[in-house]
Design a protein around this ligand. Structure first.
Ligand SMILES: Cc1ncc(COP(=O)(O)O)c(C=O)c1O
Length: 339
């Protein structure tokens, strides 16, 4: 598959192309006559899995090109992005340092955080109320400390969502072009969970660049639709300013925010029940922080006739399986099992 787009340097880290899979039983159960598909970006790897790997292919390539030997990034203690970065660093022989925000749950050492530690990442954990406000200062300190120690660092923002990471999902849109052809999808919706807007920005841009017959809809897992629409637009402007080779397409971001629920990292019982039901129906677990909420938002929109005029809905499974383990009691209850 040759591309007309001049991509920046990229490493091969993700198992791609990922499958575009029809969900026959989920379509029957919830589709109201539409076909529900899943773009299986939860299959980009085993431990090194999910949407962040596509971004890290470009981010880590940049670090190597610049002769940097440490990857620094940040997120919640259960962050998928931090886990992916820690594993990529291990795979490339780089150091990794994580600036983590403490979460409420007691199971601090399970799931992603366990993998961060297995991968050898160093970390610091900040109280939730102090993390965001201090991030700039912490990053400045770390950048000079790593430089002084002779292991200079690439400072990666939350979620790897910047003008480097955006290429990951521009490339994924190019991959989708072949998926649509192969699956004979002529027109549809591309729905995804949006948390730091990088995946949404890349897909929105990629769909416009490759002129795909898809409408990209982000389902917010925090904040609100207006925040995401603004962020996608400003991140795209920053990307255009950085990369002369990007086609100057206009983005009209579209975010839905009715499935945010009680806030980032927290979900209503109905999300856990949906995760359990979909896993029984299709053998595909979603996670309660991102994909479960977003999928719930899509199903609500099908019920509300928001997708009246489309026959095909593609949900991007952005991964997050390790996020399940910090929510064991809620998931067991939803599956009808005692914990
Ligand atoms: C599993 C999963 N899905 C979706 C997202 C959202 O992606 P983005 O941060 O690019 O909006 C994330 C990001 O943290 C994630 O871990």
């Amino acid at each position: 598959m040759s591309s007309q787009l001049d991509y920046p340097p990229r490493l091969k880290l993700a198992r791609i192309p990922t499958p575009l899979q029809l969900l026959p039983r989920a379509s029957k159960r919830w589709g109201a006559g539409k076909r529900l598909w899943m773009k299986r970006d939860d299959l980009t790897g085993s431990a090194l899995t999910g949407n962040k790997i596509r971004k890290l292919e470009f981010i880590a390539a940049h670090a190597l090109e610049q002769g940097l030997s440490t990857l620094v990034t940040c997120g919640g203690v259960h962050s998928n992005h931090c886990r992916a970065t820690a594993l990529v660093a291990a795979q490339l022989g780089l150091d990794c340092h994580l600036v983590l925000r403490a979460d409420d749950e007691p199971e601090q050492h399970t799931g992603n955080f366990l993998l961060d530690q297995l991968a050898g990442a160093s970390y610091e954990i900040w109280p939730a109320g102090e993390w965001a406000g201090n991030l700039k200062k912490i990053y400045a300190r770390l950048e000079s400390e790593f430089k002084a120690s002779g292991r200079p660092a690439l400072m990666i923002p939350t979620g790897g969502s910047d003008s480097l990471g955006v290429w990951g999902y521009i490339a994924a849109a190019e991959e989708l072009r072949w998926d649509l052809e192969e699956s004979r999808i002529e027109r549809g919706v591309l729905a995804l969970a949006t948390g730091s807007a990088g995946t949404q920005t890349g897909l929105s841009a990629g769909v416009a660049i490759f002129d795909l017959p898809l409408q990209v809809i982000g389902y917010a897992v925090c904040d609100d639709a207006e925040w995401f629409n603004r962020r996608v637009s400003s991140d795209w402007q920053a990307s255009l300013a950085r990369w002369a080779q990007l086609p100057r397409v206009e983005l009209v971001p579209h975010t839905r925010d009715h499935s945010v629920g009680p806030g980032y990292g927290r979900a209503d019982a109905s999300v856990y029940e949906l995760i359990a039901e979909l896993t029984r129906l299709e053998g595909i677990p979603l996670d309660p922080v991102y994909t479960g909420k977003a999928f719930q938002g899509v199903l609500a929109d099908i019920r509300n006739d928001f997708y009246d005029d489309v026959d095909d809905i593609i949900f991007v499974h952005t991964g997050g399986v390790f996020g399940l383990f910090a929510h064991e009691p809620q998931l067991l209850a939803a599956a009808g099992r005692a914990s």
